[in-house]
Design a binder for this molecule. Structure first.
Ligand SMILES: Cc1cc2nc3c(=O)[nH]c(=O)nc-3n(C[C@H](O)[C@H](O)[C@H](O)COP(=O)(O)O)c2cc1C
Length: 312
């Protein structure tokens, strides 16, 4: 599961735990979470930042993705927040292309300052003291494909490296460059043979995920947008759900959003609305139903509408 802001929250992950019944080769990721926010936010701000790190016992193994411009803050956040919460791993974001993140000299910006990026991994390792695997998620370059960056980051031997096979400049606008995977694996074999390489980009279903693994022989694949609205992604080779199954899954997702996030005002309800289009499509009446759902103001109202649909 790719880390995705305002998507892979505790409610979304709970739906995957229920409907995909993932095996032990499956890894949950949190949304990216500001290490600085965890350390410095005021009481209200802290509750919101920390809500990104909520998880339930069925969401295992679970990796916390954090970001910062400061290796020291990564160290402190791991010690103070990630280890005590019982995470199974820590991932450092070095790929986010968002302007506000780049301005803060973090995310994909770190590709331009490899010395700081490397220090960050070393500080994370020091903080974990060998207790937790330390991974990095990055891209194949900032403005251009830059395998030298991959060399640099592998030189500090992260336990795993996820490579989103596009540059920062490309955002998600072009096809992922899977053709770069053999070269990345070759560099890994040379520089850090124990680092697991996870390929990321454009995988649409489980069948394709298996094909990529077989074709490129990387250690894992990570899936982002392909998971939208499909918590049984890892159950079926390709999506076979009928409308009733989709609606039941959305009801569950809404219930969990209500329980974990809406109840305590940790996330606003509109975050949930972005999922409606992904679940409610491909059957007759979908558009009308979506429109009704978009007008709701809380999870219970949406659940009532959906339950009503199931009764017909
Ligand atoms: C809505 C959204 C939010 C994202 N948030 C994050 C994030 O918090 N951390 C991160 O490393 N990548 C984030 N990404 C990037 C994804 O993890 C992934 O690398 C990207 O979507 C490419 O994979 P895909 O083609 O399978 O979607 C986000 C992507 C999307 C679409």
């Amino acid at each position: 599961m790719a880390p995705m802001e305002d998507v892979t929250d505790v409610a979304f992950r709970e739906a995957f735990a229920k409907f995909s019944v993932p095996g032990e080769d499956f890894i949950f990721f949190t949304e990216f979470t500001s290490a600085d926010g965890l350390l410095k936010a005021d009481k209200i701000g802290y509750r919101k930042v920390a809500s990104r790190l909520l998880f339930s016992s069925s969401q295992r193994p679970v990796v916390a993705q954090i970001f910062s411009a400061s290796p020291e803050n990564i160290y402190k956040a791991i010690k103070k927040e990630i280890i005590p919460r019982g995470f199974d791993g820590v991932d450092i974001n070095m790929g986010c292309p968002d302007k506000t993140i780049i301005k803060q000299k973090t995310g994909a910006y770190l590709m331009q300052v490899p010395e700081i990026a490397k220090e960050m991994v070393l500080k994370a390792k020091e903080a974990s003291g060998g207790k937790l695997p330390i991974s990095v998620k990055t891209r194949v370059g900032f403005n251009n494909v830059d395998v030298n960056w991959i060399r640099e980051i592998l030189s500090v031997k992260p336990d795993a490296l996820t490579v989103h096979l596009r540059t920062k400049k490309e955002l998600s606008l072009v096809d992922a460059h899977w053709d770069l995977m053999p070269e990345i694996l070759k560099i890994r074999d040379e520089i850090s043979p124990n680092t697991k390489i996870i390929g990321n980009g454009d995988i649409k279903n489980l069948k394709e995920a298996r094909e990529k693994l077989q074709k490129y022989n990387c250690d894992g694949v990570m899936i982002g947008r392909g998971l939208f609205g499909n918590p049984s992604f890892f159950k079926y080779e390709t999506d076979q759900r009928d409308s009733a199954e989709k609606i039941k899954q959305l009801i569950f997702h809404l219930e969990k959003f209500g329980e974990f996030l809406e109840k305590d005002n940790l996330k606003p309800y509109h975050v949930m609305k972005k999922h409606f289009k992904a679940y409610i499509n491909g059957f007759s009446g979908a558009k009308n139903l979506r429109e009704k759902l978009m007008q709701t103001t809380n999870t219970q109202k949406a659940i009532d509408i959906l339950k009503n649909m199931l009764d017909y």
